[in-house]
Design a protein around this ligand. Structure first.
Ligand SMILES: Cc1cc2nc3c(=O)[nH]c(=O)nc-3n(C[C@H](O)[C@H](O)[C@H](O)COP(=O)(O)O)c2cc1C
Length: 403
């Protein structure tokens, strides 16, 4: 990480003093820092303190006679590996969300082609205001990453969310973004499906299964840690989306297929979700009622779309690597080999869900079927299975020549 370079925008908030500690941590890790101080920011920390800690002059003027002879603001916006805004004030977030560019900081945020990390810091009411929440949500959609804000006591005497994340936490977020940028899957897109599907029987009842989504979510996090841009297409689960992963929430198999198609093109598709094979033919429009002397209703089922087969079908949109998971309760390896041939995918990762603790549990014992044969792994925590699978996928994508 010794060559990494950060462009650090310091906005006009009380938390600007913490930016000084952040600069110290970055320099200690041999990361170069180019500070940019807004004019409001200069009321909270001095350019001299920032420059001394960063060991480089601070930039603050957009319309500078000396710096702009060679379009310095554009050069500056591209010169770093990562742009960090700390503190990200309500004002800076609003400007960035709308693409305003009336000073050096906002112009850099609009002109940069590098990832942006914001550490919001403001009064609790300012943070919770619908306008700020709209701005944060839109910036997230635009690809901006966030660290914090934390909950806690504020300089204004109030308590709640809005406190800037501590410098050590911002430093850790920077490190993980820099690691991702240098990861083997940097610049690659991955789709991961996870969780169960829920097929409606009537407005209140669904046909679903015991999948917790843990393995798929762990895999999405592991792929994103290696640098991939991950879209997680998730059925209903109780899990939080891994930070930095785009989650599309769906219920039915049909919706899951639609969401996967909307995320194409991708380099890699991993179908971990336990998709219902059938759905009720015609879900009732109102809740089915039971009457004492009436026979129980019977459900006529029809097949749901085959998402793995659809993503594996040859064509220009087919991801280079398509992987399916198979949950079997008997003849695991025979069924896996048959499934791989039938679906046209590259690998099948099989697990014997008749073993207690696999469905919904934290450990998994998998077998991988690919063109070379079967690879059997011991029982491992699902997070470790995910980490090893992500590394195997990265190796396959980087070794295999581009078509
Ligand atoms: C004492 C004081 C503290 C302030 N603290 C914050 C703050 O923590 N967060 C924030 O969003 N705005 C804060 N403001 C308001 C900003 O300074 C103001 O919106 C400014 O225009 C932001 O400039 P910037 O876009 O350069 O960050 C504070 C203002 C004052 C006077």
């Amino acid at each position: 990480m010794s060559q990494s370079r950060i462009l650090l925008v310091v906005g006009g908030g009380i938390a600007a003093y913490k930016a000084l500690e952040l600069v110290r941590l970055l320099r200690k890790a041999s990361i170069e820092v180019q500070p940019v101080l807004t004019s409001a920011g200069a009321h909270f920390v001095t350019p001299l303190s920032l420059a001394a800690l960063a060991e480089t002059p601070v930039r603050s003027e957009l319309l500078s006679l000396t710096e702009e002879a060679r379009m310095g603001h554009i050069e500056l916006s591209r010169s770093a590996d990562l742009v960090v805004v700390a503190p990200a004030t309500a004002d800076l977030m609003a400007k960035a969300r709308h693409g305003l560019a009336d000073d050096l900081a906002s112009t850099l945020l609009l002109a940069t082609d590098k990832p942006v990390l914001m550490a919001p810091a403001m009064n609790v009411r300012m943070w919770l205001h619908p306008a700020t929440q709209r701005n944060a949500a839109r910036l997230l959609e635009d690809g901006v990453r966030f660290v914090g804000p934390d909950d806690g006591a504020m300089a204004c005497g109030e308590f709640g969310p809005g406190r800037m994340a501590e410098p050590a936490a911002i430093f850790a977020a920077i490190q993980s973004l820099l690691d991702r940028a240098a990861g083997p899957l940097a610049g690659r897109k991955a789709i991961v499906t996870a969780g169960p599907t829920a097929e409606p029987i009537d407005p209140v009842r669904v046909l679903t299964n015991r999948s917790s989504g843990k393995q798929g979510y762990a895999l999405a996090a592991a792929l994103q840690a290696l640098g991939a841009e991950v879209t997680l297409v998730s059925g209903p689960t109780a899990l939080a989306a891994p930070p930095g992963v785009v989650r599309l929430e769906v219920e039915t198999a049909e919706e899951m297929l639609g969401a996967c198609r909307s995320a194409l093109p991708a380099d890699l598709a991993v179908c971990v979700a336990a998709v219902s094979d059938w759905r009720p033919h015609a879900p009732a429009r109102s809740k089915l009622k039971k009457a004492p002397d009436q026979e129980a209703p019977s459900l006529r089922l029809v097949q749901t779309p085959d998402i793995l087969a659809a993503l594996s079908a040859p064509g220009p949109q087919r991801p280079r690597l398509v992987i399916g998971f198979a949950a079997e309760t008997e003849a695991l390896e025979t069924n896996m080999a048959a499934k791989r041939a039938r679906k046209g995918c590259d690998w099948i990762v099989g697990n014997d869900v008749s073993q207690p603790g696999i469905m919904g549990g934290d450990a998994n014992r998998v077998v991988i079927a690919d063109a070379q044969g079967m690879e059997r792994w011991p029982s491992l925590p699902k997070v470790e299975v995910a980490r090893r699978l992500a590394a195997r996928m990265a190796a396959a994508l980087t070794e295999e020549p581009e078509p």
